[in-house]
Design a protein around this ligand. Structure first.
Ligand SMILES: [Zn+2]
Ligand SMILES: [Zn+2]
Length: 334
């Protein structure tokens, strides 16, 4: 696919599960700021002369979900995409404010897949982004997969349902320009690419065990372990390679990474960013994933959301110095 190569990339982590505003980046390829790392963001006050105040109410709050504001830069040109919107409207609003995100710059919201921990903040995000824009700017685009289940859940002794994702009508009523797509396509002057369905090839990445979806039409649940509406986002960094963003990796972080390399015309894999979905995985699955990461050879791993501490420990052990975990409130530059 004809992706435009970009010079650099900035990521503001608006929602993620974990908070750690102190740990440094141990990978020199990633510049890490935000949280308590940027005293320049503190207000100037008079406390025995000029001083800065480090305010605790400027620190973002963790929540189970993901939302990343991603800016691609080429020469003097910048394009910004919001990848997912976290689980709740209040969290998105609070953190977007606390991180000081220039949300007027967001041109497009991509939902990685239909799950409430990624879609729950969307309607308020649309309204806030549009009202931050100048009057002559086009409204934000919501780029969604057409196959929206009425509900998703997990089968237990009785079905356990998630809350509904925003409907297409609600997205339009909130003010977004709706785009439905199940096929790979470039956005923002082809600086970003949104995939179609991610091929499932590894033996160990099998989606959600006991995953189900509900149809209001038939008033019944049906098996839906694959979450086949999941789509990755990617960019190509000049001289470095492909950066893949994976929301929850129900398709598998390795499957997503390999597919991104294919879509990037076999450019090398440079970074894997997002939820690797290994928090509740068997040890064998974690081991197999990290083994395949090593053979894919990315220079940067930025795991967040549903990756889990055991997988992060394994990555640090096997690929020391490669990982910069995604923490809420972080600003990362690649
Ligand atoms: Zn999910
Ligand atoms: Zn998730």
């Amino acid at each position: 696919m004809g992706l435009t190569e970009i010079d650099s990339l900035e990521i503001a982590v608006i929602v993620d599960n974990e908070l750690d505003p102190l740990s440094p980046s141990c990978n020199p390829a990633v510049k890490l700021g935000g949280g308590l790392k940027d005293p320049s963001e503190g207000a100037i006050i008079d406390r025995g002369g000029r001083a800065k105040e480090m305010r605790m109410d400027h620190i973002c709050c963790g929540a189970h979900g993901l939302s990343m504001m991603i800016t691609a830069i080429k020469g003097g040109s910048r394009h910004t995409v919001l990848f997912d919107t976290g689980p709740e409207e209040e969290v998105w609003q609070r953190n977007a404010h606390r991180i000081g995100a220039d949300i007027a710059a967001i041109e497009l919201i991509q939902l990685s897949h239909w799950h409430r921990d990624h879609s729950g903040g969307m309607l308020r995000a649309i309204r806030m982004i549009n009202s931050a824009k100048s009057a002559d700017a086009p409204p934000v685009i919501a780029d969604l997969h057409p196959s929206r289940p009425d509900y998703r859940g997990v089968m237990g002794p009785i079905p356990i349902s998630l809350e509904a994702d925003p409907t297409f009508d609600e997205v339009v009523a909130a003010g977004a320009t709706l785009v439905k797509s199940a096929a790979p396509h470039g956005v923002c002057d082809d600086m970003f690419l949104i995939s179609g369905e991610i091929p499932r090839r590894t033996a160990y990445e099998q989606g959600i065990r006991r995953g189900i979806r509900f149809s209001a039409e038939t008033n019944a649940w049906s098996d839906d372990p694959l979450i086949s509406d999941e789509r990755l986002l990617m960019v190509k960094l000049k001289g470095k390679g492909v950066v893949v963003f994976t929301g929850c990796s129900h398709a598998g972080a390795v499957n997503a990474s390999r597919h991104a390399v294919e879509l990037g015309d076999s450019a090398p894999l440079y970074a894997i960013v997002g939820g690797y979905h290994l928090a509740d995985a068997e040890r064998d699955t974690i081991d197999a994933t990290v083994k395949d990461f090593k053979s894919l050879g990315p220079k940067i791993l930025i795991p967040g959301h549903c990756t889990g501490w055991r997988a992060k420990c394994k990555i640090e052990q096997e690929m020391p110095g490669c990982m910069v975990p995604s923490f809420v409130g972080s600003r990362l530059a690649l």
